[in-house]
Design a protein around this ligand. Sequence first.
Ligand SMILES: [Zn+2]
Length: 402
Amino acid sequence: MSIDVVETLQDLVRIPSVNPMGRSVGGEDIYYEHRVTNYLEELFTRLGIAWERFTVAPLRDNFIARIDGSKSPEKGGKILLLEAHQDTVPIDGMTIDPFKAEVRDGRIYGRGACDIKGGMAAMITALARLAESKPRKRPTVVLACTINEEHGYSGALHLANLFRGKLPDLHSKLLPRVPDATIVAEPTKLNVVVAHKGAVRWRCHTGGVATHSSQPHLGDNAFYHMARVLQVLETYSRDVVPHLSQHPLVGHPTLSVGLINGGVSVNTVPDKCTIEIDRRVLPGENPETAYRHAVDYVNSVVAAGTPVTHDAPFLQSFGLNDDANGPLCERLGEVIRQHDGPGERIGVPFGTNGPQYAITGSPTVVFGPGSIDQAHTCDEWLDVGQLRTAADVLSDFVRQDW
Ligand SMILES: [Zn+2]
């Protein structure tokens, strides 16, 4: 049974799978990934392709499908993993109907069209075509559609722990070991991403003594302490962080303060102030070490007695390192160029699920149709030509054994 990649993407866009991004959500029927997972289950049943699903959180299941290779993985056959996330960012402020999947002027519009239901539709199409005509010598091809990429990578982490055998009482029949190569779908304009940054994020607090603002001298203003901490962080981000290290494809590390909170009312001296700090780490840089370096810098430079504390990080993710994915990048790039795509070896600043698989020892690259410039936007869209090319590239690639 053959399927059309554009129709498949339209189906996927019309099924909301919005990630609440940590917000508490009520009865609205657009949140979480379960409807997309149900669609995948029905589709792969119709295609006659074996599948499994694994619950990671309520209404949030990872989905795995597989087409066996000419040689079983137990007898030395290779496993190629294709991975795409099922969730999208929220729809607040969108200027188009997020779930209509309208095709206009060579573009498909809708939330997730670019990030990354288009990449998922291309991967599904490649599997459907492979199921129809299997070459004599081919790898085992596994498609994994994971949950919660946009807010903490927990689906990818669960999948990686599953195939490494690190989850008690859980075992995947279809993906029984670390794959020999992994392609993660994200918008790369048909280039091959071999490196990207990771991140570490944490909260920093200053304290004080609350009092009525008519007699501020009796209190201790947490904002004034935070103002001094912020100046230290500004200097650190400008004069220190960029010089810590350098990577030829992704540049230097960065630090940014993105959120500030505190205060009760204008007539109360505040006794608490909190900021959230985002430090982007280079491939190969340890997020924990980067966090520790920043905390030590602040504590050593800010005036003695400043009541400043740092929480442990609430997010830590490694970057994607280009030390093991060269041959995979070359093979994929060659197929892309055969289809008149760019297929360049590049680095990008944004994070993906990729490092979760790379650190298990599976050579991993990121590839997909569309540009990150159109992801998460108020009129998100994907170029239909790029979508069709991505499907053709992957269809060819899954037929290659190596
Ligand atoms: Zn994405």
